[in-house]
Ligand binder design. Structure first.
Ligand code: NAD
Length: 397
């Protein structure tokens, strides 16, 4: 009865399983994953013509840690009273504590059923089979999936058109100034970007825009967002509202049931949020394991994510908030990194995004991340001036 059952063998579930062992959990850990491949990293899937299968941990590592990894197994139901999960083939399995780490799936709007989407390694292989020199590829959605795939496809010689319904690309994740730099780079690489253009109908090989224009492509890919996988939780009677509702310890609304990663909605600095990100899945996997072992510290990791397109790296720390003014820190000393940030009305840093060559962006955004973590008031005017060294703000905070 002390078994810990984890549903979902992605970044979060795997991280939680290994952390439980690291923290000395001696009971049985059963990790169910619907896919058959050894759990792998998803970030490489959109970034290369030949997507690498990069295991999160080797098969043997699961064996050494005595994690009972059950691949190709779908959990069909959870009974929170009996504390059991039922598998697709009918067998049931009892748990002492349960972690739901079912992640998210690609969203599709009605009529989009015939286009390709990207979530799994298999999806990436299918997409990349169509990414050939001179192939015409239509991508619906100018978010991270759409743009990373556009960069990969154009580098492979394809003729790429991105269709974004919003007034600009990356509307959800980054401020306009950064999105504009990304847009310009794609245009310079030969990608056709259509913004402010909804789609009326989408076929496997064509798109009709809401203004009536028709486009034919060899293949259409949709990257129009992700939806949390919450059906199991809903059927089990757990609170679900744009994600499985959890508290700061990732405890769901039934005893001994936890949820973490892309599928959950958790409080961050008092506001409920749902994050779709590799880093959050890792951080939450670690935190939920600690919580399952009895540690009750609040989750305070600053949201962080990155995207690579061409030789550009984009990194974001914190969550941009439309209520606050976005400031630019301009180009760094080398003139090659551009950073924007927001402070709240008290001068506390809320979020920062940087774009430029990988190393420089990573160093700067790391410092911004630490400043967000400190949650202390700063002088936004000084922060906007690139001649002020970021480290001095950290020392003062
Ligand atoms: P997204 O939400 O980032 O972007 C979707 C885009 O599609 C938005 O710009 C939206 O305005 C647009 N859109 C929505 N409906 C549309 C329509 N009918 N016609 C045209 N455009 C439409 O989602 P995504 O890019 O699909 O990514 C899916 C998931 O994968 C997300 O969870 C994302 O965070 C994750 N991901 C992350 C990274 C990264 O962190 N580097 C990279 C790839 C994917």
């Amino acid at each position: 009865m002390d078994d810990i059952v984890i549903i979902g063998a992605g970044e979060c579930g795997v991280r939680a399983a290994f952390t439980l062992r690291k923290l000395g959990f001696e009971g049985r850990i059963v990790l169910f994953g619907a896919e058959t491949m050894v759990p792998y990293e998803r970030p490489p899937l959109s970034k290369a013509k030949a997507p690498e299968h990069k295991p999160i941990a080797a098969r043997e590592a699961f064996e050494e840690a005595q994690i009972d990894l059950r691949l190709g197994v779908t959990v069909r139901a959870i009974d929170t009273r009996a504390k059991t999960v039922t598998l697709e083939e009918g067998a049931s399995h009892s748990y002492g504590k349960l972690l739901i780490a079912t992640g998210a799936r690609a969203r599709l709007f009605p009529g989009m059923d015939d286009c390709l989407t990207l979530r799994t390694h298999e999806d990436a292989e299918t997409i990349m089979r169509h990414v050939e020199p001179a192939a015409t590829i239509g991508i619906v959605g100018g978010g991270f999936i759409g743009l990373e795939l556009a960069a990969t496809a154009v580098k492979a010689g394809a003729d790429v058109t991105v269709i974004e319904a919003g007034p600009r690309i990356l509307g959800r994740a980054v401020p306009e100034e950064i999105a504009r730099l990304v847009h310009e780079r794609h245009a310079a690489e030969g990608v056709t970007l259509l913004t402010g253009t909804g789609v009326e109908t989408v076929r496997a090989t064509g798109v009709t825009l809401s203004d009536g224009r028709e486009f034919c492509f060899d293949k259409v890919i949709a990257g129009v967002g992700a939806l949390p996988n919450t059906a199991l939780a809903e059927d089990a009677g757990l609170d679900v509202e744009n994600g499985i509702v959890v508290d700061g310890s990732f405890q769901a609304s039934a005893k001994d049931v936890y949820a973490a990663g892309d599928c959950c909605r958790f409080p961050w600095r008092g506001t409920p949020v749902r994050l779709e990100s590799w880093k959050a899945a890792q951080d939450q996997g670690t935190h939920v394991a600690e919580a399952m072992m009895g540690t009750l510290a609040p989750y305070e990791k600053v949201p962080w994510f990155w995207s690579d397109q061409y030789d550009l790296t984009l990194q974001v720390a914190g969550l941009f908030d439309p209520r606050f003014q976005t400031r630019s820190r301009g180009a760094g000393a080398a003139g090659d990194t551009h950073i924007v940030f927001q402070c709240d009305t008290a001068g506390k840093l809320v979020a920062a995004a940087g774009i430029g060559p990988g190393n420089t962006v990573a160093k700067d955004i790391k410092l911004f991340e630490k400043l967000i973590e400190k949650n202390a008031p700063l002088d936004p005017d000084a922060l906007a001036d690139p001649s002020h060294n970021l480290k001095t703000f950290l020392k003062a905070a």
